[in-house]
Design a protein around this ligand. Sequence first.
Ligand code: NAP
Length: 475
Amino acid sequence: MDCIANKTLLNATCGPDDDAIAVINPATDTVIGYIPSLQTSDIHDVIEKSKVAQKLWAARPAAERAKLLTRWYELVIENSDDLARIMTLEQGKPLTEAKGEIIYGASFIQWFSEEAKRTYGDTIPAPTDNKRLMTIKQPVGVAAAITPWNFPTAMITRKAAPALAAGCSFITKPANQTPLSAYAITELAYQAGIPQDLLVMVNNHSSVAVGDIFCSHPDIRKLSFTGSTQVGSQLIKQCADSVKRTSMELGGNAPFIVFDDADIDEAVKGAIASKFRNAGQTCVCANRFYVQDSVYDQFVDKFVDAVAALKVGNGIEPGVQIGPLVDSKAKENVLGYITQAKEQGATVAYGGEDLGGLFVQPTILTDITQDMDIVQTEIFGPVAPIIRFSEDDELITKANDTIYGLASYFYTRTLNRAFHIAEQLEFGMVGINEGIISNEVAPFGGVKQSGFGREGAKQGIDEYMSIKYLCFGGL
Ligand code: NAP
């Protein structure tokens, strides 16, 4: 490991005696570095400086902001191997997946460097002939974010890039479990020329303490959160007192539906990608499978064969496809869901074993029914419960029977069915004959208790801008 990886690990390290936060490799249970736990007074200082930096940044032409963001993008790409290595060491995902996340994360910086130049307002035909009306878009000011451990880079760039492009400053609290990736991309932003007070990472042993400051501070005008629905809902309440704008990217419970006219091999490929990426620890992971009667056995047989071929291990080793779960609590939860499903009547068609350390064998459960707890739970692990269905109408009711509404997937070769089903699914995103749907040009986000706001796409920058209406009278 050279350049950025070394630099980050060394810079971030402040020693175990300094009230530091230890960062642990989940594959080996060893400490790989430390980051400082900032005092709350330090975080208040960061916000003060960020406010000053934001005004100067917003005053610069969009083209200048775009140029610095482009340079940041280039440096992330140039350092992608090192960044991927840092991510695998602190998060556990296989190295190829980590590299994929770095490229995906960088794509938001590139996209929003371009969008910075396109924050158009409107001219509006006036109702009287002595007025002229127009709108302009302006940055909201200081923006803050709280991000999770499952995508340590992309969940930050998906917010930071549109915020900076819009002319905001941006303060993030990355997850304490995976902060090194965050510090590494921030270091690259500084190397690109982005001012230090404009983009800052802050951590404290108590995430609640940081959340309290972000939600209550009058100078923070926007909070963007990615994480669980439970914490998101709490943060919305906390932001109410200062009437802060919020965006919430929360939990999911994605149905993955295989109709009788589906290409079964493609459906199995999509199921593997959607379910087992990041060991099942993504908000858009297929969480429950619905397979139609006549193709049920064929799908299950092929799915079992494909899952049996997945290589589990330390993500830093070549060829590994499934890494460890993030911590012992996550493992305990996942094994608990398997045990509970078995007690409620499920059959283990493949897997189900505790592989030691933080590793769980990829698992397929059959004989699942809609009333089982696992169907309503965000599993966040490598477990695929499969439900049999016969009619489309019954299927839609079951697929929508969840508090969540983030991603959904289905496989069919019938055009009528594709439109009909896509329109009826109560989810923010629908993959049709596709198991991987996220990219920088499309709007990512949910409905119901999966949250609100959109990231990426032409909509993403609007989350960090306010519309100002100008009325020219006396003309
Ligand atoms: P989490 O427990 O909600 O934590 C997310 C972040 O919030 C972490 O930085 C955490 O800090 C912080 N946090 C926890 N409690 C807090 C509080 N009371 N006040 C302020 N901050 C607090 O979620 P997670 O387990 O890390 O992530 C998994 C969840 O994220 C899943 O539900 C998943 O679906 C969701 N997710 C959603 C999306 C999306 O785009 N919709 C994307 C990825 C993940 P520490 O961990 O450092 O304590």
